[in-house]
Structure formats: structure tokens, C-alpha cells
Design a protein around this ligand. Structure first.
Ligand code: ASP
Length: 600
């Protein structure tokens, strides 16, 4: 039996790989790994040992192997050890644990390394606070949950790569140091030493490069692309993130769907979930009308409706004003079974509506034939009943109504719908609803800037038969963009691109990007479009988000090995950090001292 330190370095099995068969054969093995937990029971010392394959109980019995038992006395949590022993059946099995029927009878043990600096515990059920966990990420990552998350990420990446490879896609890397195109989010800038005063930018997406690869004749490209956006981070965003970036030549949206659907299906298979194809599709206008949002969660009902005629000529100012305005509406949702909702409950919903931007929420409820409403006095019982009915409700239900600008009604009710569904457990467990949203408008009007902006990006193709409207009614032109939505979360988006120079010029024009500016920023693309660009299109899938959802976690930080905080810092390496004066001088840069230091 192995016993020296060198011998106890060469593992012959993984903790999680051993089975009852090994026990029945009395197999002798060397295991290497970490002390997950240690328990002393009377004379016996139990070590739960952990390696990349899983965990196994090791027992040291002084009556059988006194030296090994004595050596095991010194073991503490997270020590790195090598153990030789025999696999046996357990006397007190634990069928809930994957290796709970067996254990290793330890015959010799060596400590490869101690763990004297252990600011957070690995085996504790109770997690340390996230700051501590991120600061000591290399320890946190040992936790089985995070191991599982990152291994799931790997399996999903492999599944996607397989499908893309089967479809003859070529993985091509595009530059990390590129040109700043401050269109969408803010760029991360990298100063150039060789060209003082000039800057590269880290890519927000490889969009233009992938289009250039189509012009270069590759026809099918993909990349697990790291993208960088210097935005004020919202709860679950990262300044750098990964997308599966895809582009194809000679395609229609249908062909993109025919590639992406099997790819998504294969990813789900990697977590043992079967998904039906084809995925349903919905026009953008319908999504907004029915769900208030362009990425609807279709796992439950509670759809938005117009109150319609029942809201007309009531003499009620709250209704009359928006209805007199062509952009106004009176819309609502029905919460079935909420006819007896308490005042407190209704106040909570009203609070949520205000948080979402409404001035207030109007409610009508009906229980046992008795109507209650925040507007009962003005509307009267009969009218309230009509409105409830118009929204699809009846006795026993409650209607929540917003009267305002149509887009505000949608925004408020769309958010309310999801919050209430969560609150009332209306979202079926284990449901995976995939949906293509298509026929987006090409532009939306930015009232503040007084101009149109691209909804997707300025390289997105308009519907080919609507090109003539680019100048006359740009707001009505629809694009050939599509989003893929999973359970109310956008997990991908893309479009057919503009492949003709004249159309690209006209779209820039409509966006208020003049010829000179277009030439300065995108001259290389415009020239490339003029040099034999094939029709092409593509998509980018938000890989971090997909991994988080499929690994069953709410946070993308759980599926990123070394994530940043919501204030874009890495607590482990303490980046961003100041740099030497010398480094700045070389770059020809000076910092504004007056701003002082900004802590995190
Ligand atoms: N480049 C786009 C994005 O990053 C995706 C695409 O149009 O393919 O959102």
C-alpha cells in the first residue's frame, strides 16, 4: 500500500467516481484532494474528502491503522491531502449522498499542504457575505454549487460548439484592441503608448468585424466573444461578458432560427431538459400589446387589455384625459381570485405601479357579487362591473387599471403583471418558454435628442419592401431584427444586416449621421459594403445569462469564474487600480488630481 508523500500524490481514483462495485471488490486506491469536513466520533476520525469529481467519506480507525489515525489527528478543513486505503461498504450508509453507500478505510495519509489562511469556509451551509466571497474567490469556487455552475457552463459551451461545428461554422477571433465607436454604451478605452494621445477601445461587440468576415467570404462565423461595456451597472450586469457571436451569409431570419433552435435544444439536453421546436414567434407589436413588454414571459396569463368602450364617456377625468389624446389609453390586467384582496394588498400593488412610473393605479374588485373600487363613487357599481368584464374578469377577481400614455400603461402593467405573478406563485415551475420576438420597428424617436435612434443597431436591415419609407415615415419602418426570449428574459438578439452601401447611407442619414461623420467612424465598413458584400445576418446569444438560467441561479456572477461587483471592481485583485506616474508619463497621460480618490 502506497505510503510516501510522492506515492500519495499519484491519484488512482476520483472521490466521486468510486462505487459500490469498488467496495465489493475491496479496491485499494490513492485519493488526492481537500479535507471538506472533519468529524471525530469516539475513537474514529471521519474526513469528508473532496476533489474535482466529488466527495467521499474517509474513515481512520486507530484499531486498524494506528499511524494513519495519528496522522489524521492533525487534519483540518481545506488541508490538501493524499490518502491510500481500501474502498468498503459503509456501516451507516447515507443514500442521499452520491457516494453515501461506501467509504474509504484510510491506511496512510500525508498532508501536501495546510490551509492556515481560511477567511471563508467551504463546507458551511451558511454562506459568507458576497464581498468576502468575491475577495477570496479561489476558495469560494471550491464550493460544490459554484463548481457545478462553472462545469455546467463548460457543458453548454461544448454543446453549442458541437452544433456550430456540425453546421460548418468557423471560429474566428476578432481584435480586442479596436476603434472607439461611441454609439451605444460607453467604451472602455486603452491608451496607446506608441501613438500618444490616441486610444484603442475594447469591443462592445464584434459586430463590424463579423460583418467584414462575411464580406471576406467565410459565410459562417462564430466566436465566444468577450464584450465590454462601461455602463453604470444595474443589479445583474457585468462590465465584461461573453456572447456566442454568430454571422452567416445568404440568409433569411428563418435560416438563423433553423440554426439557433437546435443549438438551444442541444444546450438544454446538456442539462437533461427536452425542448420542443419550432419555438413560437410573436410580432413586437403584439408582445407589447399583450404583455406590455418586448420580452414577454409567456409562462402565465394575466395579459394586458384595453378597457375599451366601458371607459368611454364616464365623465371621469382620469379616463377622459388620456382617451382624448391619440397616444393615451386605459388598460388593465385581471388578477383572478383576487376579488377579496385586502386594502393592504391593493396598496402594495399601487406602490409597485408607482415605482414602475404610474401616477396611480385604479382597482376594481368583485367578491360575492359585491363590487369594490378605488373609483366606486365616480364610476358606480354597474360601470365598474362592465370594466371588470371588459378586461376579462368576473366575480371573484380584481382588475388593476392604468390610464395614461399607452406606452406608460404598458410599462407599468407589464412590470406589475410579472411581480404579481411571482408574488402569487402563478409561474409554473420547470417551464421553459422560448419565444422569438420579431418585426421590431427599425427606429425609435429619442424625444430628448430630437432624432431617431436605432432600436437594434445602425447596421440592421429594414424590411426590404419598406426601404422606400426611410425618408418619408422612418418611424413606421420595421426591421429584420429578432430577439430570443426565455421565460421573460432576452437571451439573444440579432438581425439581417444592410449589405448595400446605398441603403446603409440612407439609414445613417435617417439617424442624423451625416456623410462626413459616417466616413470618419465607419468608412472601412462603407468601403467594404461597396466591394462585393453578400447579403448576411446573424445573432449574438448572451452566454452568461443562458448559463445562469440553465444552472438554476438568478445571478450571472455565479457562472463567471472571476466576476466584478456591481460597481465594476474586482475585489480579489483590487482592480481598477492606480498606476505608477511613470506608466502615465509613458502614455502621455495625466490624471485629474482634483477629483481625488474614488473608493469602492
Ligand atoms: N452585435 C449585436 C449585439 O451585441 C448582436 C447582433 O446583432 O448579432 O447585441
Amino acid at each position: 500500500m502506497a505510503g510516501t508523500e510522492q506515492e500519495l500524490l499519484i491519484r488512482t481514483a476520483g472521490c466521486g467516481e468510486l462505487t459500490e462495485k469498488d467496495a465489493s471488490e475491496g479496491r485499494e486506491v490513492v485519493l488526492t484532494g481537500w479535507v471538506h469536513r472533519r468529524r471525530d466520533l469516539g475513537q474514529l476520525i471521519f474526513i469528508e474528502m473532496r476533489d474535482a469529481t466529488g466527495r467521499l467519506q474517509v474513515v481512520f480507525d486507530p484499531s486498524l491503522h494506528p499511524d494513519a489515525h495519528a496522522a489524521a489527528e492533525s487534519l483540518r478543513a481545506e488541508y490538501v491531502i493524499g490518502v491510500a486505503g481500501t474502498v468498503v461498504m459503509r456501516e451507516a450508509p447515507n443514500p442521499d449522498h452520491p457516494t453515501g453507500m461506501i467509504e474509504l478505510r484510510g491506511q496512510s495519509v500525508t498532508v501536501h499542504n495546510r490551509a492556515d489562511n481560511l477567511p471563508i469556509q467551504v463546507a458551511d451551509q451558511q454562506e459568507a457575505n458576497e464581498e468576502q466571497r468575491l475577495k477570496h474567490r479561489y476558495i469560494d469556487l471550491r464550493r460544490p454549487r459554484l463548481q457545478h455552475a462553472l462545469r455546467t457552463r463548460h457543458r453548454l459551451a461544448t454543446a453549442a460548439r458541437e452544433v456550430l461545428d456540425e453546421h460548418r461554422f468557423v471560429e474566428i477571433e476578432t481584435p480586442m484592441l479596436t476603434r472607439s465607436t461611441p454609439e451605444g454604451a460607453r467604451d472602455y478605452l486603452v491608451p496607446s503608448r506608441v501613438h500618444p494621445g490616441k486610444f484603442y477601445a475594447l469591443p462592445q461587440s464584434p459586430q463590424l468585424f463579423k460583418q467584414l468576415l462575411m464580406i471576406a467570404g467565410f459565410e459562417r462565423y462564430y466566436q465566444f466573444a468577450r464584450c465590454f461595456r462601461d455602463e453604470d451597472l444595474r443589479a445583474d450586469r457585468q462590465p465584461e461578458f461573453t456572447q456566442i457571436d454568430i454571422e452567416m451569409s445568404f440568409v433569411t431570419p428563418q435560416q438563423i432560427y433553423d440554426l439557433i433552435e437546435p443549438l438551444i435544444v442541444r444546450m438544454f439536453e446538456a442539462i437533461d431538459v427536452q425542448i420542443a421546436r419550432p419555438f413560437p414567434r410573436m410580432a413586437h407589436a403584439e408582445a407589447v400589446d399583450r404583455f406590455g413588454i418586448d420580452r414577454p414571459d409567456t409562462r402565465f396569463g394575466m395579459e394586458l387589455r384595453d378597457v375599451g368602450a366601458a371607459a368611454e364617456s364616464t365623465g371621469f377625468r382620469v379616463f377622459d384625459e388620456p382617451l382624448a389624446d391619440p397616444g393615451g389609453a386605459v388598460r388593465g390586467i385581471v388578477v383572478d381570485g383576487a376579488g377579496g384582496a385586502s386594502r393592504k394588498q391593493l396598496d402594495t400593488w399601487n406602490g409597485w405601479a408607482r415605482e414602475a412610473g404610474a401616477r396611480g393605479l385604479l382597482w376594481i374588485k368583485s367578491a360575492g357579487g359585491k363590487i369594490g373600487s378605488s373609483a366606486l363613487k365616480v364610476l358606480g357599481e354597474e360601470r365598474c362591473r362592465d370594466i371588470l368584464r371588459a378586461l376579462g374578469g368576473g366575480d371573484g377577481d380584481a382588475a388593476l387599471i392604468v390610464a395614461a400614455d399607452r406606452s406608460l400603461c404598458n410599462q407599468v402593467l407589464g412590470q406589475l403583471r410579472v411581480r404579481i405573478a411571482r408574488e402569487r406563485d402563478r409561474i409554473p415551475e420547470g417551464a421553459w418558454n422560448l419565444l422569438w420576438v420579431e418585426q421590431f420597428p427599425l427606429f425609435e424617436h429619442d424625444d430628448e435628442a430630437g432624432r431617431y435612434v436605432a432600436i437594434h443597431h445602425p447596421f440592421t436591415a429594414p424590411n426590404w419592401d419598406e426601404v422606400s419609407r426611410l425618408e418619408t415615415s422612418p418611424g413606421d419602418v420595421r426591421s429584420q431584427a429578432y430577439d430570443l426570449v426565455l421565460n421573460g428574459t432576452e437571451i439573444g438578439g440579432g438581425s439581417i444586416r444592410i449589405h448595400r452601401r446605398d441603403v446603409q447611407d440612407r439609414v445613417f442619414e435617417a439617424l442624423g449621421i451625416g456623410a462626413e461623420e459616417a466616413e470618419e467612424k465607419f468608412g472601412f465598413l462603407l468601403r467594404a459594403l461597396d466591394s462585393g458584400a453578400p447579403p448576411h445576418g446573424g445573432i449574438a446569444l448572451g452566454f452568461d445569462r443562458i448559463c445562469a438560467m440553465l444552472a438554476g441561479t438568478d445571478s450571472i456572477r455565479e457562472v463567471i469564474a472571476f466576476p466584478k461587483t456591481t460597481s465594476a471592481s474586482c475585489l480579489m485583485t483590487e482592480s481598477p487600480a492606480e498606476v505608477d506616474a511613470q506608466q502615465l508619463t509613458e502614455l502621455g497621460l495625466k490624471t485629474l488630481e482634483s477629483r481625488g480618490k474614488k473608493g469602492d
